[in-house]
Design a protein around this ligand. Structure first.
Ligand SMILES: [Zn+2]
Length: 74
């Protein structure tokens, strides 16, 4: 009776641990894919303060969020 309960507990613990690991793995993989799918056209480099930032609204000229200077896409 006790040994059955113990093995059941171990089985449940293993299943829950594996499930949690799977969820964490899938979640982190999705975030990685999201980062990789980011369009490089939206990544801006400030020529004044050398700050990298993301702006998806503008495509030709955008304002640097750090120093406020205008940057032009080449
Ligand atoms: Zn700047």
């Amino acid at each position: 009776m006790i040994s059955i309960d113990f093995s059941l507990t171990v089985a449940l613990f293993t299943a829950v641990s594996l499930g949690a690991l799977l969820v964490i793995w899938v979640f982190s993989r999705k975030q990685k894919d999201k980062e990789l799918s980011l369009n490089p056209a939206f990544i801006w480099f400030c020529s004044v303060c050398t700050y990298n930032y993301v702006n998806t609204k503008e495509d030709k000229i955008s304002v640097c969020p750090r120093c406020g200077s205008y940057n032009k896409k080449e």
